[in-house]
Design a protein around this ligand. Structure first.
Ligand SMILES: [Zn+2]
Length: 331
């Protein structure tokens, strides 16, 4: 018996309806996904559009990059974050570290970053020195040309110009008031001339160590103390070694070598020594001419070892390797 209202099933029609509804659900979810992706993308774009955002990182990997680093493109939109200040807690990307140091002192001249890199390369300013100079809130890179740089540190502005392998350092003009404060006037005066490319980073040191108060006190005294005289007095008080271990018969030292010259001075002392390979040291950059070593000597040879270290330090100083003397202070 067949029910009255029975209609034979049209299976083809049903299958078509089922398929159509399935396709609609799929379309809905892929539209939603692409909506989320475009939200992430828009967020990334608006972060990038803000020129105050200097650094980028992935929330997952937490490696900090310069905003123009080629590796930034690899950060997925949904992980993308930016920062206005360099975060020293994060691991810095080695491909763009130097650019990050430079960008940290930018006010608004982002397009010139390549010129800044070239200028600091030209004056032989390594990353360690660059970090010391630029990682301060009171340092601002003002402008750069092919052979010149304008930089403001604290309240003073400096103009550095390279001409025929000589670096001229100019300092902003000012007049001194009755109460020994200053009024800045326009233009610059020549502060120092660095005739050897090796002195270039000394110009950076001079800028960093300049302080009006110290300058004033020195001028009021019998003779002004120059940066080099200051360094010379430091030179006498710093050591290029430190003792790290002592046993019954031996003493172990860490020492700062300069251009791998230590071995000849130590060997000349006619002592038995044992030098271990180069040590990792966070204050020595990859581009520095000095390195940290460990040396073990017999206790009776300690005075001879110290004498060798003194000769090494004298050699660095007479070669005007002032950076070496500065690095010894960090040992
Ligand atoms: Zn990078």
């Amino acid at each position: 018996m067949v029910p009255r209202n029975y209609h034979p099933l049209n299976t083809r029609k049903i299958m078509y309806k089922l398929q159509k509804s399935k396709m609609n659900t799929e379309n809905d979810s892929s539209a939603k996904t692409s909506q989320i992706f475009s939200d992430y993308y828009r967020r990334r774009q608006s972060l990038m559009d803000n020129p105050h955002n200097k650094f980028a990182f992935s929330r997952e990997k937490r490696i900090i990059h310069d905003r123009e680093c080629h590796l930034v493109k690899r950060i997925p939109d949904e992980q993308f974050e930016m920062l206005t200040e360099f975060d020293e807690e994060m691991a810095p990307c080695s491909a763009c570290y130097r650019r990050m140091l430079i960008r940290s002192a930018f006010v608004n001249q982002h397009r010139k970053i390549g010129l800044y890199v070239k200028f600091f390369d030209k004056i032989g300013c390594g990353n360690r020195k660059l970090k010391k100079l630029l990682f301060k809130t009171d340092t601002q890179l003002i402008d750069v040309g092919i052979d010149d740089l304008t930089i403001k540190v604290n309240e003073d502005t400096w103009f550095l110009q390279i001409c025929n392998d000589v670096l001229d350092l100019y300092h902003n003009n000012y007049s001194v008031n009755d109460d020994f404060t200053r009024t800045f006037t326009s233009g610059y005066h020549l502060q120092n001339v660095y005739k050897n490319p090796k002195y270039f980073s000394c110009a950076i040191s001079e800028i960093m160590t300049y302080s009006w108060n110290v300058h004033m006190q020195n001028s009021k005294g019998s003779a002004g103390v120059t940066y080099f005289e200051e360094l010379k007095s430091k030179f006498n008080t710093v050591n290029n070694y430190k003792q790290v271990k002592e046993s019954q018969y031996h003493a172990t030292f860490h020492f700062l070598d300069y251009n791998y010259q230590a071995i000849q001075f130590i060997a000349a002392e006619d002592i038995i020594f044992n030098i271990r390979g180069q040590l990792d040291c966070d204050f020595i950059g990859r581009d520095e001419p000095y390195s940290l070593f460990q040396c073990r000597v017999k206790k009776s040879d300690v005075p001879a070892f110290k004498h060798a270290m003194k000769l090494l330090k004298d050699r660095a100083y007479s070669a005007k390797e002032y950076e070496y003397i500065e690095a010894c202070q960090l040992l």
